[in-house]
Ligand binder design. Structure first.
Ligand code: ATP
Length: 256
């Protein structure tokens, strides 16, 4: 006898296994002559400890999604929960504090402070939050990204790949609920990009770190547990454990 279908709709409360949840998130830019509907009702639940890649054609809303989900920009409507905090209604001041403590960022351009050493850049999240840096965690993270011998170097004395490793270690420093990465391998050659990707994957596994990453590169996206495809401001598909070829095919279909 077939199992009867459940009669109750799934609850809208995020289960404790969810690191980030978006519910019907919309973002309209109204500054120009015509409003731009960059996000048109995105709902998404990111599992704790998972690695999610966000892909889609240019202009599909990937960066907007990342900025809004990370609390860097306000949605026009909808609900965003990180960990157990609904950030949708936090004041600007509370949101800034929350981001410093609970969210990590990795950008294509590394965003290291040029006058601070590797070690000092890594300590920034603690300093910005008026916390004392944890020396053992700092040493562990430098080792995890292979920079244990470069703690005293300045960013100008690093290669692009090494600079991005500092950014990864820094994002991991405070054990945030989630790290958002925007094209973290975009400025690197393919070999260095592959090494950075491996470092990120290892970090996700070692620290059970939740990672959400925007990328244009199907090879990079194939390292993720799940790929979310955006088109015209909406989630149009999701793929689990997809190969680079499968991801490329889907991106082509979406009209990259
Ligand atoms: N500040 C802004 N003001 C007005 N429109 C904007 C703004 N930022 C983004 N947009 C528009 O919102 C839509 C989504 O942009 P977004 O940058 O999120 O796309 P994307 O998928 O990240 O693109 P790409 O892959 O080219 O970086 C686009 O039509 C873009 O022109």
């Amino acid at each position: 006898m077939p199992t009867p279908a459940p009669t109750t709709a799934p609850t809208s409360t995020a289960p404790t296994t969810t690191a980030v949840s978006l519910t019907d998130v919309r973002k309209t830019y109204s500054s120009g002559p015509q409003p731009v509907h960059a996000l048109r009702g995105v709902s998404l639940a990111v599992t704790k400890g998972s690695f999610t890649a966000v892909m889609g054609p240019s202009g599909s809303g990937k960066s907007t999604l990342l900025n809004v989900a990370a609390g860097l920009d306000q949605p026009s409507s909808g609900r965003i929960v990180i960990g157990d905090t609904d950030i949708s209604h936090l004041s600007a001041e509370k949101l800034t504090t929350f981001r410093r403590r609970r969210v990590g960022f990795i950008f294509q351009s590394y965003n290291l402070l040029p006058h601070l050493s590797v070690s000092e850049n890594l300590r920034l999240p603690w300093w910005l939050d008026n916390q004392t840096p944890d020396p053992s965690r700092e040493a562990e993270l430098l080792h995890a990204v292979g920079l244990q011998d470069m703690a005293h170097r300045l960013p100008t004395e690093l290669s692009g790949g090494q600079a991005q490793r500092v950014a990864i270690a820094r994002a991991l420093a405070t054990q945030p609920d989630v790290i958002f990465a925007d094209e973290p391998t975009g400025a690197l050659d393919s070999h260095t990009g592959a090494t950075i990707l491996a470092t990120l994957r290892d970090a996700v596994a070692t620290y059970q770190q939740t990672l959400v990453m925007v990328t244009h590169d199907p090879q990079v996206a194939a390292a993720a547990d799940e790929v979310v495809f955006l088109a015209d401001g909406a989630v149009v598909d999701r793929a689990v454990s997809a190969s680079a070829a499968q991801i490329s095919q889907r991106v082509l279909e979406l009209g990259r």
